[in-house]
Design a protein around this ligand. Structure first.
Ligand code: FE2
Length: 415
């Protein structure tokens, strides 16, 4: 059932300003009148950058933790580009690896600004790519709405200068880019990504071994696809970040929850055009309720603000949906999956949160962040037809677990 976004009343208890509510509807109206609403399709790819030399290890990690499997690799003047796929119709996963460890572009420069992200200055979630029916018109329309795009001669990164894509500047509010590419042309050969390259024999071997290991008993099939991606931003930027993404996408604001004891809120935007979020994953924004210096009066926990001060505004985690059901004797699939991943020595933050006894609910867990992408992986199982997107209790427990892992200690900068 498509959502009627003009009539939709957002859920949750986090209050937004009149300014936000007014412009949320004005943006929806303009998307319709400018043709954006009809031009844009689904999110068709997620793009992540890693340090030079980390791609092979990162691919192995993706094989262990996600349904993504290698499809093809290319090399242009600046990067190796690895394309991974999972089920048909789900977004591709694109891994960018600079050819030179001294490579610098605007995302490198953003990473260099923050104490805990400068150790791996090219490791970062870059952005997601929407398919569009008309690339040139999409860019022209968004530019008329004051969204800035890269032109081919304006970036050191040859991936972004590909004329088959349009990529926005990294957002000042989120650090994320949004990309656009013509609908149905993720037939890789048409994109002129560079020359086709082969993985080296050792990497092919390693990936085959990991695939065989995680495929035993089809255990890897329990991890379905990307459910949502969550960006962390500063306290005062919550409404602007949501309005910016609504301007650049065909998503709607689903709702926002106040997580009072973590001094933060979780804000969800989703595609109104899909029944299954995995076809075009939800984009979530998390922000503190008060900035750190004001929080110093009350000294509540503030893991979200701390994360942004340590790593900069950026994507914090990518969440994968786990097939609902029991594995064997009454063990929920997510518990089985996490036990399996822990047996591969993959570290998790705390325990699975949420109970799935006999009524609709959801269970979730965060991994530790990847050494290669700096992203946390979340798993979520919606039990017994749970039809919400989040529960407040779970979000509070997850936020707390992530905060406990990311404390900044004086001196970390130079480790
Ligand atoms: Fe999440």
């Amino acid at each position: 059932m498509p959502i009627e976004i003009m009539d939709y009343a957002p859920v949750g208890d986090k209050r937004s300003s009149d300014f936000f509510n007014e412009y949320r509807l004005k943006i929806f109206e303009r998307r319709k009148s400018s043709g954006m609403e009809d031009m844009l399709g689904r999110i068709c790819a997620l793009v992540v950058s890693v340090e030079t030399g980390d791609a092979a290890a990162y691919l192995q990690e993706l094989y262990l933790m996600t349904p993504y499997r290698f499809h093809s690799a290319y090399q242009n003047e600046t990067h190796n580009i690895y394309i991974l796929e999972s089920a048909h119709d789900l977004p591709r996963f694109v891994v960018l690896e600079p050819l030179s460890s001294g490579f610098v572009d605007d995302l490198t420069r953003l990473n260099m600004l923050y104490p805990l992200s400068r150790k791996k200055p090219n490791a970062r979630y870059v952005g997601e790519i929407f398919s569009t029916r008309d690339l040139a018109e999409t860019q022209k329309t968004l530019e008329s709405h004051n969204i800035r795009f890269h032109y081919p001669d304006e970036t050191e990164n040859r991936f972004f200068s590909n004329t088959h894509f349009a990529f926005s500047f990294p957002s000042s509010i989120t650090g994320n880019r949004v990309g656009y590419m013509p609908e149905d042309t993720f037939s890789i050969e048409e994109l002129e990504l560079g020359k086709r390259i082969q993985l080296d024999a050792a990497t092919v071997d390693a990936l085959e071994q990991v695939a065989a290991r995680v495929g035993e008993g089809n255990a890897d099939r329990l991890i379905l696809g990307v459910d949502h991606m969550a960006t962390r931003i500063l306290a005062g930027e919550r409404e602007d970040a949501i309005l910016e993404f609504l301007t650049m996408s065909n998503y709607y604001f689903w709702g926002a929850f106040n997580i009072a004891d973590q001094n933060s809120s979780t804000n969800v935007t989703r595609s109104p055009h899909v029944d299954d979020d995995k076809l075009s994953p939800a984009k979530v924004f998390t922000a503190n309720n008060t900035p750190s210096f004001v929080n110093s009066f009350e000294n509540l926990p503030m893991p979200t603000e701390d994360f942004v001060r340590n790593f900069g505004r950026r994507m914090h985690h990518i969440a994968y949906e786990v097939q609902d059901g029991d594995h064997g004797s009454g063990e929920k699939n997510i518990d089985f999956t996490v036990k399996r991943l822990k047996s591969y020595a993959l570290p998790f933050l705390a325990h699975v949160v949420g109970e799935c006894t006999d009524s609709p609910n959801l269970k979730q867990i965060f991994s530790k962040h990847s050494d290669y992408s700096i992203l946390i992986t979340e798993y979520v199982e919606r039990c017994y037809g749970f039809d919400g997107f989040f529960t407040k209790d779970n979000v509070a427990a997850l936020t707390q677990a992530a905060g406990a892992d990311e404390r900044y200690h004086h001196g970390n900068i130079f480790d």
